[in-house]
Design a protein around this ligand. Structure first.
Ligand code: ADP
Length: 318
């Protein structure tokens, strides 16, 4: 509380904002499968548990991420399996799920030439958020403050930068105090500053709700997520924390800086996990149970090593 000139003001606290309502829910997905007409098995018996906090669903394009996200967001049906959020049956109780779900799709659609305040108020009305217009205004302004758009709330959303649009997308997803927030590939196209601001916002939100962040960008998961999974061709390849993921490769990743010509030979002879240009020269990571010699040095595995080696192994096993 703040006292100025004899008047009392209530300073906003975490509890003033709807999305800070604490929740310890977890999402339990069991044996989820989906095959599209045409035969693509987009989800192949997926099981995982997603606790409150930031959860990264990492996979390359075509892995099945959006299929999973859309299924959890009640926008499409699975063939079999279950998904429970606490005692809520996501696949069969769609109406209740929609009341507690926030969703930021990959494509938010066309941004109209209206201000953030007007658009968010309109979306709040559609969602039935707020019992009166005064309450709605308070919620809308609180959300615009939280996503750091309050100072530009009067500007047209159509003229916002990519990062501002994504933050607006989070504000609309947070309307109605969701317990589950699904964010599909949110950082594509953001510059590093915008990406950072977006990371900070998401990690703050993740303190109180289940947030599933689907991405093909390893950096997103590394920066943000306490738990993660890797999926590829509809299969779950790993589930756990990023550090557990890295530990699975302990002592088996070896690195060397080499010429492009040497890299070509290396790709034939060794199990190359990744090669990155550093100052124009390839730095190559290989997987090997033993010291491969030839000037390679053992390095601490990173999340990219895990991601690429899991995918390679899955392709070989197919
Ligand atoms: P991601 O989001 O990881 O890129 P998707 O879930 O979009 O993956 O796609 C998984 C697989 O399912 C891909 O092979 C894709 O081509 C296929 N797929 C996605 N949607 C459909 C659809 N509506 N009909 C047929 N195949 C689809």
């Amino acid at each position: 509380m703040l006292r100025t000139g004899g008047r009392l003001f209530h300073l906003p606290t975490r509890d003033s904002f709807p999305f800070f309502t604490k929740s310890r829910m977890q999402l339990v997905i069991q044996n989820l499968s989906k095959t599209y007409t045409g035969g693509v098995r987009a989800l192949d018996n997926i099981s995982m548990t997603i606790p409150t906090g930031m959860f990264g669903l990492l996979g390359p394009n075509g892995a099945g991420k959006s299929t999973l996200m859309r299924t959890l967001a009640t926008l499409q049906n699975a063939d079999s399996g279950s998904a429970m959020l606490g005692d809520l049956d996501i696949l069969n109780d769609k109406k209740r799920v929609r009341e507690m779900l926030g969703y930021l799709p990959q494509e938010f659609g066309v941004y109209p030439r209206t201000s953030a305040t007007v658009l968010l108020t309109h979306l709040a009305t559609l969602k039935g958020v707020g019992r009166s217009s005064a309450e709605r205004r308070e919620i809308v302004e609180g959300l615009l403050q939280r996503v750091n758009l309050f100072n530009v709330r009067g500007k047209s959303v159509a003229n916002y930068s990519g990062g501002m649009r994504q933050r607006f997308g989070i504000a609309q997803a947070l309307l109605g105090d969701p317990k589950l927030l699904i964010v599909d590939e949110p950082t594509a196209g953001l510059d590093p500053g915008e990406r950072n601001r977006f990371y900070n916002l998401l990690s703050e939100v993740g303190e109180s709700v289940v947030v599933i962040l689907s991405t093909h960008i390893v950096e997103d998961v590394k920066e943000l997520c306490t738990n993660m999974s890797i999926i590829h061709n509809g299969r779950l390849l790993f589930a756990g924390s990023p550090s557990q993921a890295e530990a699975t490769l302990g002592g088996r990743i070896w690195a060397k800086s080499m010429s492009k010509e040497e890299l070509r030979t290396c790709q034939v002879e060794m199990d190359v996990i990744s090669s990155k240009l550093i100052e124009g020269r390839p730095v190559v990571h290989v997987y090997s149970e033993d010291d491969p010699g030839k000037g390679f040095e053992m390095v601490a595995p990173n999340l990219e090593d895990v991601f690429f080696s899991q995918i390679k192994r899955n392709i070989r096993a197919a």
